[in-house]
Structure formats: C-alpha cells, structure tokens
Design a protein around this ligand. Structure first.
Ligand code: MLT
Length: 407
C-alpha cells in the first residue's frame, strides 16, 4: 500500500494565491462584463528590458548552430553570470561574495523552499508573522511542525510583526536554530536598518543559528542607508544564506532566473557538534536535484549588469515604484495607514476590518484584487497587501475605483 507523507494533510488545502485566483474566477463568472484589475499576486506586467531581449535572441541563435550549441551547463550556473552577480550585487556595496558562492537557479521560491532540506527535523525555527507562506509550508511538509491550530502551526517560534514594531520583529528571547527573514519584506513592504540586521547577525552568531535571508526585492530599495544585502553586515558571512531573484528586478517571473549565495564560511553542525560547510552540502543537493538554468536565460540575466542594462533595470523598477507611491498616497488620503511602498513594491494597508471582508469589498465594489493579510499569518489579520506590479493606467483606474468604493 502506497502511504502518504501525512505532513501534507496538515497543510491548508491550497496555496494562498490559488485560493484568491478561485475567488476571482468565481467573481468573473458571475460578472462577465466587469473588468478586474489585479493588484494581488506580485507578478510583473512590463516587457523584459531591451538588453535582455537582444541578448536572449543572440543566445538562442547560438543554440541553432552546432559550433556554438550548448548542452548541459554547470548546475551551479555559468561563470559569466556568477562573476557579474558577485561583483555588481555584492562587491560594489562592500559585501564580500565570491563567484563560486553564487548558485544560479530558476527561482527564489524554490530555493527558499528547498534549503530547509539540509537541516535536521528537530531544529527550532523562527518564522515571522505575517510571512511569505513558502517558508512555513515547506517546513510543514518536511514534518517540523505539529498541527495547525488557532491560525498557527505548533512547533514554530513566531516573530510577531505589528504596527508597533514597524513589522520588523526583534530577536527572540529564547534559542532558535533557523531564522527566516525577508527585507524588503513580503508582504508588509517594511525594510530593516543596518542596526536591526546587525542584531539578528549577532544573535545568530551567539546561538550558532542560521539566517535564511530573502532579498528578492532588494532592487526596490531607494534609501541608500538601507542595506540591500545581509552581507553588508559584519559577521553575516558566518551565519546567513541570501536569496535573490531576477523576477521582480528585471521582469523574469515568466523567464525564470534567480540565485542563492552560500558563503563557504557558513556552517551547520552534526549531532557530535562537528561543523560542516553548508556550501559543500548545498552544492551536493543542487548538483543532484537540479540541472541548471538554460543558457539563453542566463545570458539574458547577465545582460542586466552590462552596458545599458543597469539603467534599463532601474527604469523598470522606477516605473513600479511610481505605482507604489500612487497607491500609498491614495490609501493614506482615504484615511488608511500604510507601511511599505517606499523601498518596496508592496503596500501593507491597515484595513480597519477583517482582511477577507475588505478583500471581498474591493473585489465586489471596485473590481480590484488585493491580497488579504490573513493569508500571510495571524498577525496579517486586519490588513491587506496591494501590489504595485501592474501597468500605470490600470493602477490609476484601480485607485479611482477604490476611492469611489470606499468613500
Ligand atoms: C507574491 O505575490 O507574494 C509573490 O508573487 C510570490 C512569489 O514571488 O512567489
């Protein structure tokens, strides 16, 4: 008899964004003439930067000739991309990252979800709340939690993000082994200062813990005093893994390219207390389970660092940040207090009521889709997340409709 991994039965029946898609589909079916504007899932809408398109085409042409054709590439990614990443995303900001510490992949979602495989099942995990659901669900699947009860899984140490702490929870008073952090934050749009990240790095060093730092939205930071990478913090190379993505930075959600930095100095310990380098273990996992990102996609990703690439990428992110400003300004003018939207493409709005009720109100009355905060955890109840990823005219229309619906 084929038996189940029963941990899957502890999960909520579907992933948050699938739940929302179902509600929106039902609304569309009942109201076929209403045009729905989606500011829910953070999915980009603008074309790839021209440098990426040109390079992508060229690389596809290389595949059309025997003399320049490429078969399997290195699972960890081509050196040309790893070198640009190390130099431009890290060294240019004074953060030491070696090219061979960069593992190219097809998504930060997969990497943040998969990395936990390297750890024992009885570790203690600190999870922010509200949180990107992938960190939670993948640990549930792996059997690191008890039941889901009263909005939370037994076994996690939850880090409450609240209006009072600006959605940057402080380090726990107890010991934990693994910590998930995401800044600029999804879903709240909050950013962490150098001093705040330093507290986390110091905590992790003292506790021999590890930080999984999701920096998928680093390209949206506009305040230069805010760290873009955790490696800008002294000591982080010993205790932090960083995840980045080309998805939001350069419009790659449908093209797929991301990377994870695993410093050689990051260790995890066996039961006898011996240290093992996570770099070697992640390399082992990656080469066994992953065959690399396609050559043309890696060339297209490399293009963001060369020639006119940085300017084009900046223009793309600036476009979405203009949307973010429009959204935040309007919601504040309507009397809602907001976090995010300044160094992040997400605006976290205090809905002043139940988050699914507010979600339904915006859908039914304005034909606008947002994301109910409750979907990100218990502390998300009473909030909604509005995404800045859409075309500007549609964002403007959505805001007009929201204004009419809420006034
Ligand atoms: C989100 O809306 O939170 C993101 O699109 C999720 C993701 O990038 O996987």
């Amino acid at each position: 008899m084929i038996r189940l991994n029963e941990n899957y039965l502890k999960l909520k029946s579907s992933y948050l964004f699938s739940d929302i898609a179902k509600r929106v589909a039902a609304f569309q079916e009942a109201n076929p003439d209403r045009e729905v504007i989606k500011l829910g899932i953070g999915d980009v809408t603008r074309a790839l930067p021209q440098v990426c398109i040109d390079t992508f085409h060229k690389a596809v042409d290389e595949m059309a000739s025997d003399s320049s054709f490429r078969g399997y590439g290195p699972e960890q990614g081509y050196a040309f991309l790893r070198e640009q990443v190390a130099k431009q995303d890290f060294r240019s900001r004074g953060a030491l990252v070696e090219p061979d510490e960069v593992f190219v992949s097809d998504g930060a979602k997969c990497d943040t979800g998969n990395f936990q495989e390297l750890f024992a099942n009885d570790i203690t995990i600190a999870i922010p709340d509200p949180v990107y659901p992938v960190y939670v669900d993948t640990n549930v699947m792996a059997g690191r939690t008890g039941r889901f009860s009263d909005g939370r899984y037994e076994g996690f140490i939850y880090l409450d993000g609240t209006s009072e702490n600006g959605f940057v929870p402080p380090v726990p008073q107890t010991h934990v082994d693994l910590i998930y952090l995401c800044y600029p934050n999804n879903p709240t749009g909050a950013v962490a200062s150098k001093a705040q990240l330093k507290e986390w790095v110091d905590y992790a060093r003292a506790e021999k813990a590890l930080i999984l730092f999701d920096a998928a939205y680093a390209a949206f930071i506009r305040d230069d005093t805010i760290p873009q990478s955790i490696y800008e913090i002294e000591g982080a190379r010993e205790v932090a893994i960083e995840f980045r993505s080309f998805s939001k930075t350069a419009g790659f959600t449908g093209t797929r390219c991301a990377y994870t930095v695993v410093p050689k100095s990051c260790m995890a310990y066996d039961t006898a207390g011996n240290a093992h380098s996570l770099h070697g273990l992640w390399n082992r996992r990656h080469t066994t389970k992953f065959n690399g990102v396609s050559y043309p996609v890696q060339r297209a990703a490399e293009a963001i660092y060369l020639g006119d690439g940085p300017r084009q990428v900046r223009e793309l992110t600036d476009y979405y940040m203009t949307n973010a400003k429009m959204i935040r300004t309007k919601m504040e003018a309507l009397g809602y207090s907001c976090t995010g939207g300044i160094n992040s493409p997400y605006i976290w709005v205090d809905a002043k009521e139940d988050s699914w009720t507010f979600f339904d109100l915006l859908l039914q009355k304005a034909g606008v889709v947002c994301t109910p905060g409750a979907g990100f955890g218990k502390c998300g109840e009473g909030f909604i997340r509005i995404s800045a990823f859409n075309n500007q005219e549609r964002v403007a229309t959505a805001l007009e409709r929201i204004e009419t619906a809420l006034r």
